[in-house]
Write a protein that binds this ligand. Sequence first.
Ligand code: PYC
Length: 309
Amino acid sequence: MRVIDSHTEGEPTRVIVEGGPDLGTGPLAERRAIFARDFDHVRRFTMNEPRGFDALVGALPVPAVDPTAVAGIVFFNNVGFLGMCGHGTIGVAVTLAHLGRIGLGRHRFETPVGTVEVTLESKNRVSVENVPARVHLSDVSVEVPGIGRVTGDVAWGGNWFFLTDSVTTPIDLAHRKQLTAEAEAIKAALVAAGVTGEGGAEIDHIEIFGPPRTEGGMGRNFVLCPGGEYDRSPCGTGTSAKLACLAAHGKLAPGETWVQESVVGSRFTGRYRFGEGGALIPTISGSAFVTAEARLLLDPADPFPHGLG
Ligand code: PYC
């Protein structure tokens, strides 16, 4: 299997460019379900140690259903599958450009939760017009052991998020273990309180906000991902969910720029417009860099053919 690794604002993406599973020709949500049902060993092989690690997000480009789209993308990680992935889409675009498969300009990609429009602005810089984002619940309060009362919003940005600024721990790498424990505790408290996304959907990303630390930054975040790792980037779907919250609370107007810092100090620039039916359409911009071209090998004698995890 051939893969290309990159990082987007610090967060890694591994794109399967050869040797991935055949998921058929159905809609992307169906292909994600086939991947999960029949090829989960491929996810584990590419994501888990010793070939991968917990922060890695995988992407499998597949032929698109809609002929105007360049490709479909199925995203996955150390524990399962994602709806959309903002940093991953930026990584895929830069990877496909690295391979000479796309050029500068606009390209559509299908994902299991909708079509996104990508603009490759340079070899490394990409904007993603994401699927519509929305706030599902505002000012939800839960009691979290070890923290106290935590209040925040539940919002969709391509995945389900709980977004809060109730946590006072400094948002930096020195506090990543504490932030991880706090975000895990918030997630457990939401489950215990029966707080979910629409239709009972699991809130699988927790986003904690604090003050910015860089020139021009407007907020800093720590994002706990479903597999227990934190996002090194400001999280594309998380920044999209944030834009929906800012709009709902009257804090950001359409077309205005929001500069979101990550826990490592990298940044996404975000803005939104209103589309058909008043849908809030976020655009996220960031940069990705190719870090490796590799072939993943499997020795028939390997006692851990699918990795550990
Ligand atoms: O950038 O949307 C994102 C993302 C989701 C999980 C990790 N990164």
